[in-house]
Design a protein around this ligand. Structure first.
Ligand code: GTP
Ligand code: MG
Length: 461
């Protein structure tokens, strides 16, 4: 199936470093002709005679014209990233020089690599399975400690190992079942049913943990959106500015200052939180723009992962607050309540009711009081409460969806065992389950899925 894909025998070339001026630029070639192409441009030495994993300095000379002094690094297949012959040319970081070198390679028969083609070749050559290849893209895209850690763990095959174990166990059991079918006249049971029962239960537990970890995985990969909501003048924009440590949003004593939503990102303990400052919500506005702003605030509140509700402690009554709380509970929304302006004189009755309410964080956005508590609360509300099995966290939607199918087929297998269904039916369910596991690792894959996955890579990777 994979052989049908075109151009896999070509030698490919691409700039592996970002385009633009830099200290150096790395041009990478992979394929059967990588050595002969670069050799033709590199008069200093015969590269074909050099050992793999060595580095050589010399001029790149294109038909008598010197282009640049470069360093070439040689990787002979299969001991290379792609499994093919690979050469990396480190040239000076001028886009003009880089283009000249790439064109010289193309004139000698190389073609420009497609996005992700180096990694796709590594996958096709069996150097990486699909989850590892996807983790390469995740690592390149990682922008926090948590996303970097998960991606690196998966590049080293963390997730694949769990799936491989599961797969091997299912295969060995299914082999026994199939054997039984061959001897069906004799009414023998090779496959030890109670042991298999145990195995399925364990597999179900692993799958459930993996599925559960996706919520955390999603947080790690996509961050957490936090809508800052409250009445006009509660101090939403002030809180945004204090959390960001910069004057991002306009703050004024005029109620209705913020009209449009403002989004900014902060990093709390390695997780990205997208803070959304919104227009203050009040019931009796006649201002058209403000009304549009309020509409937007309500939308943001709905789609946010968490609502950070901020109120002026001098203005909010206990019953108003109870009503706010009830609304969030009813909508099953994660929320935090922040009582702001505690620096101003607080009426005595407010003081006692609010201080005794452990669900309310008392702050002064303007004076940077209670801000760390807000950060800690945001983190524990969205990250700490998520269970995770060891390091393993599912961050990829494709994996999540396939795991749901694995889980479903495990349920079918278990039901089959409980009801003593015939071996051939059991074998069918096991094959289903194996199919979905193999889909995750790429042992079974179709061209569209592969093209989709690798097209998201940058060129040169
Ligand atoms: N005393 C005191 N005043 C504050 C505090 N936080 C904000 N304020 C003041 O409250 C007023 C309103 O602040 P904003 O941050 O603009 O309030 P907002 O909720 O964004 O208001 P809108 O955008 O109009 O909905 C400003 O005058 C702030 O200086 C605080 O902790 N203490
Ligand atoms: Mg505002």
């Amino acid at each position: 199936m994979l052989n049908k894909l075109s151009g896999w025998d070509d030698t490919i070339v691409a700039l592996a470093t970002p385009p633009g001026i830099g200290a150096i630029g790395v041009i990478r070639l992979s394929g059967n002709n990588a050595f002969s192409i670069v050799n033709d441009l590199f008069p200093a030495k015969d590269l074909n005679k050099q050992s793999s994993h060595t580095v050589h300095v010399g001029l790149i000379n294109d038909n008598g014209e010197n282009i640049d002094e470069v360093v070439v690094t040689l990787f002979k297949g299969p001991k290379s990233y792609t499994g093919e012959d690979v050469i990396e040319i480190s040239c000076h970081g001028s886009p003009y020089v880089q283009q000249q070198v790439i064109h010289a390679c193309i004139r000698r028969g190389a073609r420009m690599a497609r996005p992700g083609e180096f990694t796709q070749r590594a996958f096709l050559k069996g150097k990486l399975d699909l989850t590892q290849a996807e983790a390469v893209a995740d690592l390149i895209a990682s922008n926090t400690a948590a996303s970097q850690k998960t991606a690196l763990y998966n590049i080293h095959g963390g997730f694949s190992t769990i799936l491989k174990e599961l797969r091997e166990q299912l295969i060995s059991f299914s082999a026994l079942i199939e054997l039984e079918l061959d001897f069906s006249q004799e009414d023998v049971e090779f496959a030890d049913r109670p042991r298999f029962h145990e195995l399925i239960k364990k597999a179900q537990l692993t799958t459930a943990q993996l599925l559960q970890s996706f919520r955390l995985g999603n947080v790690i990969k996509n961050g957490v959106s936090v809508a800052i909501i409250g009445k006009p003048n509660a101090g939403k924009s002030t809180l945004l500015n204090t959390l960001l440590n910069e004057d991002r949003a306009i703050v004024s004593e005029i109620a209705g200052t913020t009209r449009d939503t403002i989004e900014e990102v902060i990093n709390i303990n390695g997780i990205l939180f997208r803070l959304i400052d919104t227009a203050g919500i009040r019931e009796h506005s006649t201002d058209v723009i403000e009304l549009v702003g309020i509409e937007k605030s309500l939308e943001k509140m709905k789609s946010a992962d968490v609502v950070l509700y901020i109120f002026d402690v001098n203005e909010m009554s206990k019953s108003d607050l109870d009503e706010v709380r009830a609304q969030f509970e009813k909508a099953d929304k994660k929320y935090l309540l922040a009582g702001n302006k505690t620096d101003a004189i607080m009426p005595a009755f407010q003081r006692t009711t609010l201080i005794n309410d452990s669900n309310i964080i008392l702050i002064s956005a303007k004076n940077n009081i209670g801000i760390d508590q807000i950060k800690n609360a945001l983190f524990s509300l969205t990250v700490n409460e998520q269970p995770s099995s060891e390091n393993m966290v599912v961050t990829n939607v494709r994996h999540f969806e396939a795991l749901q199918q694995v889980s479903k087929s495990l349920t079918d297998i278990k039901a089959g065992l409980d009801n003593n269904v015939p071996g051939d039916l059991l074998a069918l369910d096991i094959r289903h389950c194996l199919h979905f596991i193999s889909e995750i690792t790429g042992d079974i894959s179709n061209e569209d899925v592969l093209d989709f996955i690798f097209s998201k890579f940058c060129i040169g990777k």
